[in-house]
Design a protein around this ligand. Structure first.
Ligand code: BGC
Ligand code: ZN
Length: 368
């Protein structure tokens, strides 16, 4: 079968490659689930992969099949699979367990191993292909009524993990009722993080670079979040006028923003860092002040990567809430579709060049 492969750590090598058809027997104990891919989305991590800045091929291969945001349909299950059946719509998770205690208890997104395995990113083939086979532990069933937005579930799971963990961490306060939230970055993760906050009824300010007219700013208007272009108004101006933020979700992909975010955080607040930054950028910061404010304000800053199936499931619940509160909004994020695996280059052109591209994605095969 066909797949889209790259040579990791080399720029612009994407090509069609051939892979053997996977079989349910490849998973031990009759637990294989075979899925036909319907859609695959691309994001900033794919950009880094295609620029040769990130990623690794599985052992024994000189290429990596890309694609980690996906949606598909079950076509075959092994004899000992009870949780899924043929015809179910599904989204697979991305990480696969390593060897630490956290991997053993299903928290593979919290591995303490130095090496991590991620389908479509690091050491495991991804989903920009026709079929895959995996254990049902890593495959989340999607309700039929949410299949039109399911390709957004993987990025949504990243937002869910960050926000749920912020609440989890702030159980140290016994009561934590964040009121004002900032989201740094108005890309797909920024928009989905803002949605998570609006669903939880939080006052939400999203900071981005682009000035209006800007499509993502209009999308934010529709869910009652405010948009602020840092070309017109700095983060500092905003918090000096309207107060600091109880929670900040950083998703710009530009590491210096982390330090502005530290300054903008309220006492007892939580700063969530989610940007994967492959470069070597250096900045000078007011270290004494930042440290002092964190100490005197009992503030927290933490990193979050990937997500286990629980966060995918929470993402589905929030998708349902979103469709109830903001009907049709999530579909508007799916801005740049391309039909057919062989047209993958078009999806990359959208990812790198298209104006107002919220999410480019490939329709790999048609649903029947
Ligand atoms: C993916 C995550 C992954 C992270 C780091 C993100 O783009 O959505 O699943 O853990 O990159 O590789
Ligand atoms: Zn991603």
């Amino acid at each position: 079968m066909k797949a889209v492969g790259i040579t990791p750590r080399k720029a612009h090598t994407a090509r069609l490659v051939e892979l053997p058809m996977p079989d349910v027997d490849h998973v031990p104990n009759g637990r294989g689930v075979k899925v036909r891919i319907l859609q695959v989305g691309v994001d900033g991590t794919d950009k880094e992969l295609h620029l040769g800045e990130y990623g690794a091929a599985p052992e024994g291969f000189d290429f990596l099949v890309t694609g980690h945001e996906s949606f598909g349909k079950v076509v075959e299950v092994g004899p000992n699979v009870k949780e899924l059946e043929v015809g179910d719509y599904v989204v697979p998770t991305v990480r696969r367990p390593g060897h630490s205690l956290f991997d053993a208890i299903g928290n593979y997104d919290m591995t303490s191993d130095a090496t991590y395995y991620e389908r479509g990113i690091n050491l495991r083939h991804g989903y920009m292909t026709e079929f895959f086979v995996d254990d049902p532990e890593y495959i989340v069933k999607v309700p039929k009524g949410l299949k039109h937005i399911a390709v957004l579930l993987e990025p949504m799971s990243i937002c869910e993990k960050g926000i749920i963990q912020a609440y989890e961490i702030n159980r140290r306060l016994k009561v934590w009722r964040p009121r004002r939230v900032a989201v740094m970055g108005a890309g797909p993760i920024g928009l989905l993080a803002a949605l998570c906050c609006r669903i939880r009824n939080l006052e939400t300010v999203v900071f981005g670079v682009d000035k209006r007219p800007f499509r993502n700013a209009e999308l934010l208007d529709e869910i009652g979040a405010s948009y602020c272009s840092v070309q017109e108004r700095s983060v500092e101006q905003e918090y000096k006028e309207h107060g600091r933020f109880d929670m900040i979700f950083e998703a710009t992909g530009f590491s210096p923003v982390v330090f502005d975010s530290m300054s903008a955080l309220a006492n007892n607040g939580c700063l969530i860092l989610s940007s994967v930054t492959g470069g070597k950028r250096k900045v000078e910061v007011e270290a004494d002040r930042l440290n002092l404010e964190f100490v005197l304000g009992n503030k927290v800053m933490f990193g979050t990567v990937n997500a286990h199936r629980g966060y995918f499931e929470q993402g589905l619940s929030d998708f349902a809430l979103s469709e109830a509160e903001f009907p049709g909004w999530l579909s508007k994020l799916l801005s740049h579709p391309v039909d057919g695996l062989e047209n993958f280059k078009q999806v990359l052109t959208h990812l790198f060049e298209a104006k107002n591209c919220t999410k480019a994605y490939l329709n790999v095969s048609k649903d029947d």
